[in-house]
Design a protein around this ligand. Structure first.
Ligand code: CDP
Length: 209
């Protein structure tokens, strides 16, 4: 078992998923997209007709639901991959992710996932560097201009991206913020290879210390 973890946080469209996947491939590590987990809970709540404002009902659902994120996302055996980025989910996920009971259930699973990986794990989300793995081997915060982040999200309007950002930065539980010791990378106008290369270099510098 390995305690090697690269934790990546950042707002929507900052490049987290693409960079995290590429890093995991390069290093031969596992990859965990925690946003997909919050989106999966949202899909299931919609499917079961649970009121998104009912904290207890959502918390119970999150603690009992079975989620698989790879190779496709499924909830309780139902494939929801193609619904994850629908307008309905983009709107409701902010409410689901602001629920402390849902967060507690997801954080437990995220830690359990990393604990059983042989090599290491690249994990990306909003609270990974600050709450889930504050002692990660390397912590990274990715940013990019709102214009570029919306351009990368051709399935979501700039307004929706800005609204989700605001909800993520301002919520009471585990808001999105930069960890003090995170490597902060602005990915505006930069290629995936460049960003991945810089993170790998940073990891090597840590290893050689
Ligand atoms: O891909 P994108 O950055 O647009 O979003 P995502 O990573 O799929 O996450 C969707 C939503 O889940 C975010 O807007 C957050 O509200 C929530 N989320 C969270 O609260 N904590 C995480 N660790 C990951 C996602």
């Amino acid at each position: 078992m390995s305690t090697n973890i690269i934790a990546i946080d950042g707002p929507a469209g900052s490049g987290k998923s693409t960079v995290a996947r590429a890093l995991a491939d390069t290093l031969g590590w596992s990859f965990l997209d925690t946003g997909a987990m919050y989106r999966a809970v949202t899909c299931e709540a919609m499917y079961q007709g649970v009121d998104m404002k009912d904290d207890d009902a959502l918390g119970t659902l999150a603690s009992q639901v079975q989620i698989v994120t790879l190779p496709r996302v499924s909830v309780n055996g139902r494939d929801v991959q193609d619904q994850l980025r629908s307008d309905e989910v983009n709107t409701a996920v902010s409410l689901v992710a602001a629920n402390p009971k849902v967060r507690a259930a997801m954080v437990d699973r995220q830690r359990e996932f990393a604990a059983i990986q042989e090599s290491g794990t690249v994990v990306e989300g909003r609270d990974i560097t600050t709450v889930v793995f504050p002692n990660a081997t390397l912590k990274v915060f990715l940013t990019a201009s709102l214009e570029e982040r919306s351009r990368r999200r051709d399935d979501e309007s700039e307004h929706s991206v800005a609204r989700r950002d605001h909800a993520d930065y301002s919520r009471l539980v585990s808001p999105l913020r930069q960890a003090d010791d995170a490597l902060i990378l602005d990915t505006t106008g930069r290629s995936i290879e460049e960003v991945v290369g810089e993170i790998i270099q940073c990891l090597k510098n840590i290893d050689s210390k």
